[in-house]
Design a protein around this ligand. Structure first.
Ligand SMILES: [Fe+2]
Length: 322
């Protein structure tokens, strides 16, 4: 499994950096991701700019000295010529501000923002969000989906050890800059047998959309991952369920499923934070398509550099017994 990219570095992708509701007209906000600051300026309801505040016009920025006056950007009460500032490619959809971040080619996105109409769908009217900061990489978070073997070990009672063997093989279909994942899980509760179809899609390394349908409760999760540093990720889960017939039942079931999902994610966090990247892991037939998943993700990452300190040894070393 030789990958010629550095999966511990910053990938080139669309990333969530803010929510629209947090930036009123006239606001200037500094957010910190990728070990740098981004300045978000709201000139009008649909007029937004994300700017690199460290620019040729000034050696360093002071966040609170920036203002928008009469729809013009000012620094220390002087109007700044916007032409001299670097603006990141941005999209503001469904109340979320995304930028395209690319260390190598920052101004022209290699692919467009994926379809997020699931966030405005009448099929999924119950919505809630939860957020975490995790000491890991965006790659490790998304690779969880194809780590087929871990479901049975880490996620009971949602997936008991016995039921783990009923998780079907995970199929991946690659479409240009998008990866589609298909699988299903059979769950047996006594004589009742339930099937859950799992469909996910990944567009770049910043956005994953997971839909679990069937059985008793369908739900979807939009996973938005943005690196803060190379080993720290700000992750937002937008969790949605279908409408249940009675309002009280609707609220209770949404809260119950959300609690279960959040609890299972917490179990993953303890693994992600202790994980180390092994380039050539030893895999069994029961593992998911790890190599194919890594190959897809690698296209968004910079090439490896000489002196790369990653661990390339397999996780279990073989040796001869004397
Ligand atoms: Fe997991």
């Amino acid at each position: 499994m030789m990958i010629d990219a550095d999966l511990t570095d910053y990938p080139a992708s669309w990333f969530r950096i803010a929510f629209s509701a947090d930036i009123a007209v006239g606001d200037v906000k500094i957010v910190h991701f990728f070990e740098r600051d981004f300045m978000i300026c709201r000139f009008g309801l649909s007029e937004l700019a994300v700017i690199n505040p460290y620019n040729s016009q000034m050696e360093r920025h002071l966040g609170h000295r920036w203002k928008i006056v009469n729809n013009q950007l000012c620094y220390l009460n002087k109007v700044v010529n916007k032409d001299g500032l670097t603006c990141y490619p941005l999209q503001e959809v469904y109340g979320i501000v995304f930028i395209y971040f690319d260390m190598e080619n920052p101004l022209i996105p290699r692919f467009s923002l994926p379809d997020l109409t699931i966030l405005d769908s009448t099929i999924w009217p119950n919505r809630s969000r939860f957020r975490k900061t995790i000491a890991t990489t965006v790659f490790d978070i998304h690779e969880n989906a194809v780590d087929r073997a871990h479901f049975g070990i880490l996620h009971p009672p949602a997936f008991s050890n016995r039921q783990a063997y009923f998780i079907s093989q995970i199929k991946l279909t690659e479409l240009s800059d998008k990866l589609l994942l298909h699988s299903h899980i059979n769950v047996a509760i006594g004589p009742i047998k339930l099937r859950y179809d799992v469909n996910a899609n990944y567009a770049g390394a910043g956005i994953g959309i997971v839909v679990v349908e069937g059985g008793l409760f369908s739900h979807s999760i939009v996973v938005l991952t943005t690196p803060i540093t190379r080993k720290r990720v700000d992750i937002e889960y937008i969790f949605q369920t279908k409408k249940f017939p009675f309002p009280l039942l609707n609220r209770l079931l949404h809260a119950g499923i959300k609690y279960t999902v959040a609890t299972e994610i917490d179990k993953d966090v303890s693994i992600w934070e202790a994980k180390r990247f092994v380039e050539q892991p030893i895999l069994s037939d029961f593992d998911g398509p790890i190599a194919k998943f890594r190959k897809f993700f690698s296209k968004f990452y910079p090439k490896k550099t000489i002196g790369d300190l990653r661990d390339t040894a397999p996780c279990i070393a073989s040796h001869e017994i004397p």
